[in-house]
Design a protein around this ligand. Structure first.
Ligand code: ADP
Ligand code: MG
Length: 704
């Protein structure tokens, strides 16, 4: 156990430590009391008996009943962790949930996070050899199969939040069902917050369902009388009413969303001063990527609940607060009725985030958040008629609306070749599977028989989108692995690199332009930022002066270190081309992964994607926005008011044919600039162009 990180207690402060210790003991006692009040506690013995008697058990219980935090502890207490030789895994669809729940359980057990209780999320492994209870994202457990196909180090696997039906969870269902047959010693729990568990039971060979009786106080439901055309507008009306009331109470606003830095996440769990009420807003407007300012939006909700004296704590949440995180003491819920969902068009291969109406199941969960510790109220910003007639019962599982390239690559790497025969709870559309196979073939990850190639095997080692993995693997050929992992790390942080304070916009823009010298393109600009920061000795001061987020940079450095280790694993030597000034080598390596994202400038200043023929635009934040190149390569599309290309780099069209000859023909890049079409002709053209077969069509039948 000597490998666990050392405690960094300051031994000098002995007296303070004693006092702290006494307080901690008190806190521990209260925590233990709290644990006993949870609904699952009363059923502890029955639950453990059911687990003992059945290999697979479906556990269903209201949010907050203690499924996530308590069950792994019970299993540990009665010996499933075999004195430290075996682990209990508990998967979560979201990183934030995995981290926060692990922190809570470590606290309840009085251990340091990362010791007996830890978590594992992409690019962040907070576990040690001591770890026996491991919370992890479902995607990370999927990756663990690559290293340990029978999950032999785990005695119990809890697939938690099963009702969320994320892509990774759905794939896990098939994989864990299979290993449960191979490993009679392993226990499998499928845990869900929604009461409709029959589907899970059916899938797992009629596994018994263990129900934790709910404890829910009454929740008053309020609807709007007429549909709201725009929920943000609706909030302004509400605010006007607030002003008429005269009294504006202070708000403590705590946003919670997946990309929020961990330091700030903890705020939602901080004890709220007495007299302060909590309101949770389950929507996606807290997401940093939306143009809405959460504070403005939230302030508009001031009067929705009856105005109390004193401040209100407002948790502004994405749908992470629906079931994944239990926040105590919520009195009011404002539910705008929308969520952001991934949608995928297999014909164009385009994945995008769209704001869509919630399902009835989600709306019920949102409302339920206000009735956990006392009676609550839920304000739905839609009509009762909408609720009854327009909303779907359940959300469509993610597997049916996602690009599957990444999971197909993982399955192939696990030696699962028969994808159609894979045991899916709900199978993905055949067209999406075909698309994924085509994409992996085009990237060189699969050969024409659908078998994993050496390139594919290497790509599968990286926990990244296959296109980004391919760029890294291709960097070997172009002699620029150092540069490409830097770019990959910068692209993977998920957070903004630059910031632009209101009063210093001119300075910030100038600083930013400096990284784009020579119209370098956004990818190279990211590289320049990282290298300049590294040269400064990773200085926070440098970040401030350059209007660069230090927190994002620290994370990029961390991710880069891990990508460096993975490079070594796949035996790609560190090499650098930019040292010799060859940035085209770097751009070519990126093209080797992203050639499908090539677009050509049109006369009207828009771009047209070369293959999908979709009309797209340079994002205004891009460094190339001022001088748009004739040919461009983009990292991703974001849909706001238009389809915007984000992270754009100039491309030489001949690279496409050179780098991806199986995907592009000369005529794709040689054609004279298309004549401006009438608007009416465009959709039709898109339809036919989208289905044009690629030049060298693999024999798709042999893929299955
Ligand atoms: P379930 O998984 O059934 O929804 P949980 O095990 O998540 O329930 O929650 C049980 C209790 O633990 C709740 O009262 C909740 O408030 C508390 N809890 C969970 N996570 C945290 C945390 N990070 N901080 C404080 N309390 C927490
Ligand atoms: Mg839970």
């Amino acid at each position: 156990a000597g490998t666990a990180p050392a405690d960094d207690d300051d031994t000098a402060a002995a007296a303070a430590a004693d006092e702290y210790h006494a307080e901690a003991m008190d806190a521990k006692a209260t925590l233990q009391d709290e644990r006993k009040t949870l609904p699952v506690y009363k059923l502890k013995d029955d639950l453990l008996k059911a687990i003992d008697e059945h290999q697979v058990l479906i556990v269903v219980g209201e949010t907050g009943s203690g499924k996530t935090t308590q069950i792994p502890q019970y299993l540990h207490e009665v010996g499933y962790t075999a004195g430290g030789r075996k682990k209990v895994a508990c998967t979560q669809p979201r990183r934030v949930a995995a981290m926060s729940v692990a922190a809570r359980v470590a606290e309840e057990m009085g251990v340091k996070l990362g010791h007996e209780v830890g978590y594992s999320i992409r690019f962040e492994d907070c576990t040690s050899e001591k770890t026996v209870i491991k919370y992890m994202t479902d995607g990370m457990l999927l990756r663990e199969f690559l290293g340990e196909p029978d999950l032999g180090s785990y005695s119990v696997v809890v697939v938690d939040e099963a009702h969320e039906r994320t892509l990774a969870t759905d794939i896990l269902f098939g994989l864990v069902k299979d290993i449960a047959r191979l490993r009679p010693d392993m226990k499998l729990l499928i845990s869900s917050a929604t009461l409709n568990a029959d589907k899970f039971s059916d899938f797992f060979d009629a596994a018994p369902v263990f129900r934790i009786p709910g404890r829910r106080f009454e929740v008053g439901i309020h609807y709007t009388v007429a549909p709201e055309a725009d929920y943000i507008d609706a909030t302004w009306d509400t605010e006007a009413a607030a002003a008429a009331n005269g009294k504006v109470t202070e708000l403590v606003i705590c946003p919670i969303y997946a990309n929020l830095p961990a330091e700030l996440q903890a705020k939602i769990f901080e004890p709220t001063p007495t007299g302060v009420l909590k309101v949770v807003l389950a929507t996606n407007i807290a997401d940093a990527e939306t143009p809405y300012n959460p504070r403005t939006a939230m302030e508009s909700f001031l009067v929705a609940p009856p105005a109390p004296a004193g401040a209100r704590k407002v948790v502004l949440a994405t749908n992470i607060a629906e079931t994944s995180l239990t926040i105590d003491g919520i009195k009011y819920v404002v539910d705008p009725g929308f969520c952001k969902v991934k949608s995928y068009n297999p014909r164009t291969g385009m994945e995008s985030l769209v704001v869509a109406p919630v399902s009835r199941a989600s709306a019920e969960q949102r409302a339920g958040r206000s009735g956990r510790t006392g009676p609550g109220e839920c304000f739905r910003l839609y009509t009762e008629y909408n609720f009854v007639s327009d909303l779907d019962d359940d959300a469509v599982p993610e597997i049916q609306r996602s690009n599957l390239a990444s999971v197909v690559l993982a399955l192939k790497a696990l030696g699962i070749n028969d994808l159609v025969g894979f045991d899916f709870m709900d199978p993905p559309p055949a067209e999406s599977l075909l698309r994924a196979l085509e994409e992996l073939f085009a990237l060189g990850a699969l050969n024409s028989r659908g078998e994993l190639t050496k390139t594919g095997r290497r790509m599968a080692e990286f926990p990244l989108d296959p296109m980004l993995s391919k760029a890294i693997v291709a960097s070997e050929r172009y002699g620029c692995s150092e540069e490409v992992i830097t770019i990959a790390a910068m692209l993977s942080t998920g957070n903004a690199v630059f910031y632009r304070p209101r009063d210093k916009r001119v300075h910030a823009d100038a600083a930013r332009r400096a990284f784009h010298a020579g119209n370098a393109g956004d990818h190279v600009a990211l590289l320049n930022v990282y290298n300049a920061w590294a040269e400064s000795g990773y200085s926070p001061q440098w970040c401030r002066e350059s209007f660069v987020q230090h927190r994002t940079m620290r994370r990029a450095r961390d991710v880069r270190d891990q990508l460096g280790a993975l490079l070594e694993r796949v035996e790609i030597a560190p090499c650098s081309s930019a040292g010799g000034g060859d940035l085209d080598a770097v751009r070519k390596a990126v093209t080797a992964g992203y050639f499908r994202h090539a677009a050509r400038l049109q006369r009207d200043g828009s771009y047209r994607a070369v293959k999908s023929r979709q009309t797209v635009f340079v994002h205004p934040s891009s460094g190339v926005a001022q001088a748009p190149p004739r040919w461009a390569l983009y990292h991703e599309l974001v849909l706001t008011t238009k389809e915007y290309m984000r992270q754009v780099t100039e491309l030489k069209p001949e690279w496409l044919v050179e780098i991806a000859p199986h995907y592009y023909e000369r005529k794709d890049v040689d054609e004279p600039e298309p004549k401006k079409k009438t608007a009416a002709a465009t959709p039709q053209e898109q339809t036919t162009a989208g289905s044009t077969p690629t030049k060298q069509t693999p024999n798709l039948n042999s893929f299955f």
